[in-house]
Design a protein around this ligand. Structure first.
Ligand code: HAM
Length: 421
C-alpha cells in the first residue's frame, strides 16, 4: 500500500464540516473588512523566499521543499503566502491602481519541519495582507480582523501577544546589544545559535532549544531601543486596541521567525495546542515590497493555521453534513425515484439513491447510516397512487405526499427545520 508522506494529512469528510466552517467564517470576516481574495501560485522561484523571508531564518535555511525543475531552475513549494502576494502585487503593478490594497488568501503551505501534533509539512493557512499604508490604525485593524475571525469560528480563549521590533536603525542598535549579551553566554548556546550569533542575532530569540530559551528571559528587550517615531507608532496601536476593548499581552521578545518584519509583531497563542502554541501570527513589513523590486511601500498582514484552529475546537461544536433525503424504491419504481431525485436536487435538496433495488429493510438501513432527514419511499403501491411515503427519520412520522407536491412540501419542511435548529 502506498501511504502519505510524513507530516501530510488527509481531511476526511468527518472533519470537513470543521474545515469548511473555519474557512467560511474567515471569508465572512474578510468581506466585512473589505479584503478581496487573491490566488497565488503554490510553486515559485526559490529566490523569492530567500530574498523575502531571509537566508538565516529556519524556514529558508532548513525547511523549504526545493528542487530543480526540468529547465534547471530552482523551484520551491511556498512555505508561506506573504512573499507570493507581494510578488504578485509588484508584478501586476497593483500600486498604480490603488493606494491601499487589501488581499486575503487560503491555501496549502509547505515546510519540512519535524512532524508532530499541530506541526505538519503540508498545512493550510488563511491570511491577509494590507499593502500601501503605514498608519498604526491598520496594524490594529489586522489584529481586530484576526480577533473577529476567532470569535466567528467560536475558538476557545486565547492570548494576543504584542510587540514592536522598531525600524532598521532600532534593530541595528538592539542587535548589537543582543549579540554582546549572548556572546557572554556563548558556551551555553546550541550549535545553530552559535552560527545565529554571528549572522542574525535576532533569530536567537526564536530558538526552541531549552538551554537557549532559558537565556531569553534575561536577554535585552527591544522596547528600550525604539526611536521616537516607532515608539509613537507602537503606542497608537496599543491605544486603538485598548479603545476597542481587545486585550493583549506585551512580549518584548516576540520577534517572529521571518526576517521581513518591522515595528508591530503579534501572535495569537493558546495552551490547548501543547508545544505548538501559536495558531496565528503576523506583523508589519515595510521593506518587503522594495526588497522584491517594487517602490518603497509599507504593509502589514497575518496568517493563521487552519489545522491548528481545527485542533482547538472540539468536533462536537460543528454540525456535520446531513443528507436531506434518501430514496427507497423497488425495481419497478426506480425510474420514478430517479426522476424525483433529479427534481429535488434541482431545488437544492440533497438526495442519495442506490440503483440496485435492495430489500426495503436494507435500503432503510442505508438511509439510517447516511443520517438522512427523510426517507422517500416509492413502492409499487405509491407508484400506482402517484404519491410518495415521506418518513421523517428523527420522529418516525410518516405521510403520503403526491409526486407533484413533493418538491415544495419537502423544501418548506427542510427550511423550517433549519430555522428551528
Ligand atoms: P507564521 O507564523 O510562520 O507566519 O505562520 C502562521 C501560522 O501558520 C502559524 O501561526 C501556524 O498556525 C501556521 N503554521 C506555521 N507552520 C506550521 C506547520 N508546520 N504546521 C501547521 N501549521 C503551521 C507566516 O507564515 C507569515 N506569512 C504571516 C504573515 C502574513 N505575516 C505578515 N503577513
Amino acid at each position: 500500500m502506498i501511504t502519505k508522506a510524513p507530516g501530510i494529512e488527509d481531511i476526511f469528510p468527518d472533519k470537513s464540516a470543521q474545515w469548511n466552517h473555519i474557512i467560511a467564517c474567515a471569508r465572512n470576516c474578510f468581506g466585512r473588512y473589505n479584503f478581496r481574495e487573491i490566488v497565488v501560485p503554490i510553486l515559485e522561484f526559490t529566490e523569492l523566499f530567500v530574498r523575502g523571508i531571509g537566508t538565516d531564518t529556519d524556514i529558508v535555511s532548513k525547511e523549504m521543499f526545493t528542487f530543480e525543475d526540468r529547465g534547471g531552475r530552482s523551484m520551491t513549494l511556498r512555505p508561506e503566502g506573504t512573499a507570493s502576494v507581494v510578488r504578485a502585487y509588484c508584478e501586476n503593478g497593483e500600486y498604480n491602481r490603488r493606494n491601499v490594497s487589501k488581499f486575503f488568501y487560503v491555501g496549502p503551505m509547505f515546510r519540512a519541519e519535524k512532524p508532530q501534533r499541530g506541526r505538519l509539512r503540508q498545512f493550510n493557512q488563511l491570511g491577509a495582507e494590507l499593502i500601501g499604508e503605514d498608519d498604526p490604525y491598520y496594524d490594529f485593524e489586522m489584529i481586530a480582523l484576526v480577533n473577529s475571525i476567532c470569535a466567528e469560528i467560536g475558538l476557545p480563549p486565547y492570548t494576543i501577544l504584542l510587540n514592536s521590533i522598531g525600524c532598521k536603525e532600532d534593530r541595528a542598535r538592539y542587535t548589537a546589544e543582543l549579540r554582546s549579551y549572548y556572546a557572554a553566554h556563548a558556551s551555553q548556546l546550541c550549535h545553530s545559535c552559535t552560527t545565529r550569533l554571528d549572522k542574525n542575532p535576532l533569530r536567537l530569540l526564536d530558538c526552541k532549544e531549552e538551554r537557549c530559551a532559558a537565556l531569553k528571559d534575561e536577554a535585552p528587550k527591544i522596547t528600550g531601543f525604539l526611536c521616537a517615531e516607532c515608539a509613537d507608532h507602537y503606542g497608537k496601536v496599543r491605544r486603538y486596541l485598548a479603545d476597542a476593548g481587545i486585550a493583549y499581552t506585551e512580549n518584548p521578545h516576540l520577534v517572529r521567525g521571518l526576517d521581513y518584519y518591522c515595528r508591530t509583531t503579534f501572535e495569537f497563542v493558546t495552551d490547548v495546542l501543547g508545544g505548538q502554541n501559536a495558531f496565528a501570527g503576523g506583523g508589519r513589513y515595510n521593506q518587503l515590497v522594495e526588497e522584491l523590486g517594487g517602490a518603497p511601500t509599507p504593509a502589514v498582514g497575518f496568517a493563521a493555521g487552519i489545522e491548528r484552529m481545527m485542533l482547538m475546537c472540539p468536533p462536537e461544536n460543528f454540525k456535520s453534513y446531513t443528507l436531506d433525503a434518501y430514496m427507497v424504491h423497488s425495481e419497478k419504481s426506480f425510474g420514478k425515484a430517479v426522476e424525483i431525485a433529479c427534481m429535488l436536487r434541482g431545488r437544492g435538496i440533497s438526495v442519495d439513491i442506490d440503483p440496485v433495488a435492495k430489500s426495503f429493510k436494507a435500503q432503510m438501513k442505508r438511509c439510517d447510516r447516511e443520517k438522512a432527514a427523510y426517507a422517500l419511499i416509492i413502492g409499487e403501491d405509491e407508484l400506482a397512487q402517484g404519491c410518495c411515503t415521506v418518513k421523517n427519520t428523527s420522529n418516525g412520522e410518516q405521510k403520503k405526499i403526491a409526486f407533484d407536491k413533493l418538491t415544495e412540501t419537502l423544501y418548506n419542511e427542510l427550511q423550517r427545520s433549519v430555522y428551528t435548529g
